[in-house]
Design a protein around this ligand. Structure first.
Ligand SMILES: C[C@H](N)C(=O)N[C@@H](Cc1c[nH]cn1)C(=O)O
Ligand SMILES: [Zn+2]
Ligand SMILES: [Zn+2]
Length: 475
């Protein structure tokens, strides 16, 4: 059943108000990975509550405890926002998940505008941290509820909201809460919809039936009791940074191959029918080139590139904490450095079968250095890969909604990024999970100048609303 015309008209008529609302959300720098921003993450949960309650949504802010910091101190975790609207036993109940935390962003990283001030350009692109990941989609769900409630349009389903503030930092606390509430808050849910990923390009909508998992590591090399003068102690002591750089150079080749023995044997084998699926996705190498702003794609083969993102693991080096990085030429030997890297996990890899291989390999490589420094390896957070059945009515409803709004049949894709809770919803609640993205492949999530096109925000809002009307009638 298409969404009522009144709903579509309301969305179009309120475009400016919806952009202003997204601006309010972006202005709260809810960076979950930065302890100094924890009050902002918590403030964001209050902002969401203040939008939902006047619309008749019953809101609970669920406390999920404390987060241990590397120095042993503790920080309060931001609450998980539970919302309930409707309890009609004759309607399906849809669980809507989104996250209200964002990645860090500084103007000095290379932003052209203040990342926490939503800034439109003349092409209608809305620049700001979280615009596409994931505040745009989260605010869109609220806009949809507002359109129904204020226009007297009956909601075709009961809605449960589960909105978290730690997704960008390993979703700490959420799995336990879902386990605890599976026969409580989540009991009546029939399916899940998550709007937190992206199209493959700037033209073709997609539905996503898989995400990669992730294991994020910190390798800590320490030696001297304090930072040293390189003129006095260079070629005199074992230098932690030298050891760390050597270790990090042993993880992945420049062509993307993971160098840790045994990891490749864990990956689920490729079948012929799966291989064919990559050939039909609307995608060109130029899409990646445009998204990254350079001609640096690893392969000339479209299917290889898609498999590299969707069904194979990857290892990325992210940074070194404790290293000298400022301007000038400080002649320091850093006393303790921490290298950060992560591995994107695919079926049948798990943090449990990957961790021992990573740890053994790094200790073996460290032993070869014959260094007197100390090595410590930690898995900071981990989540498994997930795949759903795209033949389910949840997906059929989303295909119909996409065809109604965009007049195109969506591609079926797997996401290269990770959304740890997808697997928990599927396994613990036993529900089909659909990823229904709003933004485009060139939105720059996690990057500088993240944006959401006004077109995608508004048409995406219509899509999500239409999807609710379609699931009500799809079996
Ligand atoms: C796909 C989703 N929008 C996303 O960006 N997820 C993050 C999750 C994460 C895990 N550790 C840190 N962030 C991602 O895939 O990086
Ligand atoms: Zn996200
Ligand atoms: Zn993200």
């Amino acid at each position: 059943m298409p969404a009522p015309a009144k709903f579509i008209t309301y969305i179009d008529a309120h475009k400016d108000a919806f952009i202003a609302r997204l601006g309010e959300a972006v202005a709260i720098p809810s960076v979950s990975g930065d302890p100094s921003h924890r009050p902002d993450v918590i403030k964001m949960s209050g902002y969401i509550k203040s939008l939902l309650e006047p619309l008749g949504v019953k809101v609970e802010l669920k406390d999920v405890g404390m987060e241990k910091q590397p120095d042993g101190s503790e920080l309060p975790l931001p609450p998980v926002v539970f919302g309930t609207l409707g309890d009609d036993p004759n309607k399906k109940t849809v669980l809507l998940y989104a996250h209200y935390d964002v990645q860090p962003a500084l103007v000095s990283d290379g932003w052209n505008t203040d990342p926490f001030k939503l800034t439109p350009d003349k092409e209608g692109r809305l620049f700001g941290r979280g615009s596409t990941d994931d505040k745009g989609p989260l605010i869109a769900w609220i806009n949809i509820v507002e359109a129904h409630v204020t226009q007297g349009i009956e909601l075709p389903v009961n809605i449960k909201f589960c909105l978290e503030g730690m997704e960008e930092s390993g979703s700490e606390g959420l799995d336990d809460l879902i386990e605890k509430e599976k026969d409580g808050f989540f009991k009546s849910c029939d399916c899940v919809c998550i709007c937190d990923n992206y199209w493959m390009n700037d033209r073709t909508p997609c539905l996503t039936y898989g995400v990669r998992g992730m294991s994020y590591y910190r390798i800590i090399v320490s030696g001297p009791a304090r930072d040293l003068h390189s003129g006095l102690f260079g070629n005199t002591v074992h230098e932690p940074m030298t050891d760390l750089i050597l270790l990090m150079s042993k993880l992945v080749t420049p062509s993307g191959e993971i160098m840790i023995p045994g990891l490749d044997k864990l990956v689920a084998p490729l079948t012929d029918s799966e291989k064919k699926r990559y050939e039909t996705i609307d995608f060109a190498l130029t899409d990646i080139e445009e998204q990254v702003g350079a001609k640096i794609v690893l392969s000339d083969d479209k299917s290889q590139v898609l498999m590299g993102r969707m069904r194979n693991p990857s290892l990325s080096l992210h940074g070194i904490e404790g290293a000298f990085y400022g301007p000038g030429a400080k002649t320091v030997i850093p006393a303790k450095v921490q290298g950060k890297f992560s591995i994107r996990l695919v079926p049948n890899m798990t943090p449990e079968n990957v961790d021992p291989l990573v740890i053994k390999y790094l200790y073996d490589e460290f032993a070869k250095l014959k260094s007197k420094n100390t090595l410590k390896i930690e898995n900071i957070h981990a989540g498994k890969a997930w795949m759903a059945d795209p033949d389910h009515w949840n997906y059929r409803a989303a295909i119909k909604a996409t065809e109604e709004v965009y007049k195109k049949t969506p591609d079926l894709t797997r996401e290269g990024g990770s959304i740890p809770v997808t697997l928990t919803f599927a396994d613990v609640l036993g529900l089909n999970v659909l990823l229904l993205p709003m933004g485009r492949g060139d939105d720059g999530a996690h990057s500088t100048n993240e944006k959401l096109d006004t077109f995608n925000y508004i048409e995406g809002t219509k899509l999500l609303g239409t999807y609710l009307h379609e699931i009500a009638v799809t079996n």
